[in-house]
Design a protein around this ligand. Sequence first.
Ligand code: PGA
Ligand code: ZN
Length: 421
Amino acid sequence: EIKDMIGREVIDSRGNPTVEVEVITKGGGYGRAIVPSGASRGAHEAIELRDKEMRFGGKGVLLAVDNINSIIKPELIGFDSRMQREIDMLMKELDSTENKRKLGANAILAVSLAVAKAAADTASLPLYKYIGGCNSYVMPVPMMNILNGGVHGGNQLEFQEFMIMPVGADSISEAIRISSEVYHTLKKVILDKYGKDAINVGDEGGFAPPVKEIREALDLLERAVKLVGYEDKIVYAIDCAATEFYNREKDCYILQGKELSTDDLISLYREIVDEYNIVSIEDPLHEDDFEGFARITKELKGIQIVGDDLFVTNTERLREGIKKGAANALLLKVNQIGTLTEAIDAANLAFRSGYGVIVSHRSGESEDTTIADLSVALNTGQIKTGAPARGERTAKYNQLIRIEEELGCPKYAGKNFRCPF
Ligand code: PGA
Ligand code: ZN
């Protein structure tokens, strides 16, 4: 039974304010959660409530915190913390808007996650086991974003994320070691080629060298992997975040100053998929192009096409995508939809429809490790949580190492990352 709840304003990995909630149950359970925040947000995401006053440059979250303490809390005191769905649906009703803009998705999600953690603690269960039960045993392949572009890096590279996937590892801890070795080798490669100014890192811990060409970035990754001798263990993934370089007026994509049609862009993807060992492409086209997504999914057979800004973890948008054959994987970001229940519903719909699921962080993160547990709970087989650097990213990887140890001999998704069963 929920006894107390405290909402407060804390800061995230970019130094921006965000919402934290603590939940205490009568049974002595305690849960605390901090919500993340994206930079390349999809237009159809649930809304983060921001104060728009002078403090924190207009990004304060005191309104959201006040909604927790004065509106949500009085409704939830006395509720059984295990009634996750009822609690989440009640908050949805209290908000009453379609995108949670009234109470704020940041307020609602912080409560939703803290309630789950308090319930797990009350039952003396680790979070992944509380959510997933005894069937949770798959350790995800990390998609490590080791080279940053787009709105996450101070360079001219349009594609946002260049990731390595250590599918040939035997365990999550080995996957993390391999990725860390590649990461440090990449640092040397970048230092040799571009000098000391180029080894600073972007928002997600990856390097952000002054690279312009997509192939130049992929070459750097390949070079590092080869130098450290892991060609047989690593494949590549990219997140293009194409909405960010799509020009709506001209209905074209602008890459390196050149205007590209949807067909041109799909041809480029076909080329780089042939040239490099890329197995997964996220948001290759802009966020409303379901038809284009369906085409590229069909044309690049065998490649994982991931919908992030396209689906925004929303079952309605995912249902439309499934009907049209748009993409074949869902990027699952809890704060895009605003409650744990709705995020899990989206994952289950994806699984039932033969879509892969990737649990994902945001570029603005915190020390909160909920998503590490969630990836194991749902057996998604894939997690995207940045480079093996910066505390807010390593917090998730370190939690996965702990879970792996606790599970004894879990299964590492490896090459079967899309359907780990
Ligand atoms: P965001 O980026 O958190 O800045 O939205 C992550 C992504 O696009 O996957
Ligand atoms: Zn994305």
